[in-house]
Each structure stands twice: as structure tokens, then as C-alpha cells.
Ligand binder design. Structure first.
Ligand code: FPP
Length: 249
């Protein structure tokens, strides 16, 4: 993990910002527990933080942001906690709709929308539809998302296309395979941030993270403010990306 001195002055190079930032927003529950509060308070504060990070990303002119907001495994949490998370999603889709449009942000869901209650699914579809022409930033929300499920679903779609003689097995290469992923229209993340000190990727964007730079911070998501975000971006700017090749000497 990176170490930043107390009075570190972060100056970013605007020409070296990532094009796509993906975030695993972790630690809401532990943040709440550390304050003697019920877990849902962590999610409430976490949702506010997510909102701030979205608009900061837009302000920085970073064109793609993907947030892991609800995993396939999250359905196994207690009913009240699931209801809180879905309630927050509904609330912010309603209250931020105008601001999202004003900022020319395109909203996109990756994951299985069919897992959500009909009303919420309709709302997600509506926001996607109403913002599809926006081109200043793509806000990609991973909802009921699992990386393995995404890959398996892609393989299944591909297999059906072969069965129907629409493509031949020989044609399959990386470029073709990507077309069957949820992320067919967005580039791979350049930077992955995970908060709360956990050092794993938890079934997130398994295919897409192959050459992504990772940034792990012990800060719990509800405490991940603008300064913490800038630190992550600064850390990214110090990296030399080689994509398996040799640069320099
Ligand atoms: C991890 O905290 C976070 C999540 C389960 C999802 C992220 C959710 C938000 C930021 C709130 C906004 C969400 C939506 C859907 C608008 P955790 O509960 O796993 O924390 P813990 O590991 O400390 O228990």
C-alpha cells in the first residue's frame, strides 16, 4: 500500500489521468461498527460518498467510472440490509437524475437487472435510456454483478451464435469475445481502487482487470473523500505501465 506523509500536497498531471477508474467500495459495515452505529448508516454515508466521487470524476474529465455497488453475493445478506441498499439506489436514481443529465453523464448498468424488483428495473432502464446519448462520462454501475457469471454468460451467448451458424469457432479471438461481455462498449479499467484494507478483487471484472493498476487503501469507503481519491490517482500516475512488454532501456 502507498504511504503518504501527513502534509502531502497532491498535484496531478492532467495528461496522465486514467481513462477508466473502477472502484470496489468496501467497508461500510465496519465504518458503522467502529462508530457504534447499525450497518445501514455505513451504507447511507457510503452512498453520499459515491455521489461525491461520481461528480469529482466528471470534474476531472475522467471518461469512465465503474462502481461495484451490489454483487451477486450481496443477495445473501439479511433482508433489511438488501432493502436498505435497494432503497438507496432508488432514492439516488430519483434525486440525481437531473444532475446526471445536466453533467452529460451516460448511466450504464453491468450485471443482471432481471434480479431486481420490477419497479427498480424499470427505473434503471429509464435512466439508461434517457442518458444514452450523453458523452462526457460513462457511469457504469455494477449491480447484481459477478465476474464469473459475466464470463459464463458471454460463453453461452457465443455458443448459441455458433449453434445458429452466425459465427464459426475458428473466428473466436479476444476482440470477438469482448463483444459478449457486459462491458462490450467500454475500455478496460486503468485503475482499480479497493477501500477498507481488503487485498482481493472479489469476483469483480475478472476479464477486464488483466492489466489494470491496483490501488488498495485501508480507508473505509464512507471516509473515502476527495483527498483520498486524489491520492489514488497520484499513485496511479507514478506507475510505469508495461502491459507485459519492456519499456525504457
Ligand atoms: C461494502 O460494504 C459495500 C457494499 C455492500 C456495496 C456498496 C454500497 C454503497 C456504497 C452504498 C450505495 C449503494 C447503492 C446500491 C446505491 P460492506 O457492507 O461489505 O462493509 P463491511 O465489509 O465492512 O461489512
Amino acid at each position: 500500500m502507498d504511504f503518504f506523509p501527513e502534509s502531502f500536497n497532491i498535484i496531478l498531471d492532467p495528461s496522465k489521468l486514467p481513462k477508466h477508474v473502477a472502484i470496489i467500495m468496501d467497508g461500510n459495515g465496519r465504518w458503522a461498527k467502529s462508530k457504534g452505529l447499525p450497518r445501514i448508516y455505513g451504507h447511507k454515508k457510503g452512498a453520499e460518498v459515491a455521489k461525491n466521487i461520481i461528480y469529482k470524476t466528471r470534474e476531472l474529465n475522467i471518461p469512465y467510472l465503474t462502481l461495484f455497488a451490489f454483487s451477486k453475493e450481496n443477495w445473501l445478506r439479511p433482508k433489511e440490509e438488501i432493502e436498505t441498499l435497494l432503497g438507496l439506489l432508488k432514492y439516488y436514481l430519483e434525486t440525481e437524475f437531473e444532475e446526471i443529465k445536466k453533467n452529460e453523464i451516460k448511466f450504464k448498468v453491468i450485471g443482471n437487472k432481471d434480479d431486481f424488483p420490477e419497479e427498480l428495473k424499470k427505473q434503471l432502464n429509464m435512466v439508461e435510456k434517457e442518458t444514452e446519448k450523453n458523452d462526457k462520462m460513462v457511469l457504469c454501475m455494477a449491480l447484481s454483478y459477478g465476474g464469473r457469471a459475466e464470463i459464463i454468460e458471454a460463453v453461452k451467448k457465443l455458443a448459441f451464435q455458433i449453434k445458429e451458424n452466425k459465427i464459426s469457432a475458428e473466428e473466436i479471438d479476444e476482440m470477438l469475445f469482448r463483444k459478449f461481455l457486459y462491458t462490450y462498449d467500454i475500455p478496460d479499467p486503468d485503475l482499480l481502487i479497493r477501500t477498507s484494507g481488503e487485498l482481493r478483487i472479489s469476483n469483480f471484472l475478472l476479464f477486464q482487470l488483466a492489466y489494470t493498476e491496483f490501488y488498495f487503501t485501508p480507508v473505509y469507503w464512507p471516509d473515502f473523500n476527495e483527498e483520498e481519491y486524489l491520492k489514488a490517482l497520484y499513485s496511479y500516475q507514478q506507475r510505469e505501465r508495461r502491459f507485459g512488454r519492456i519499456y525504457g532501456s
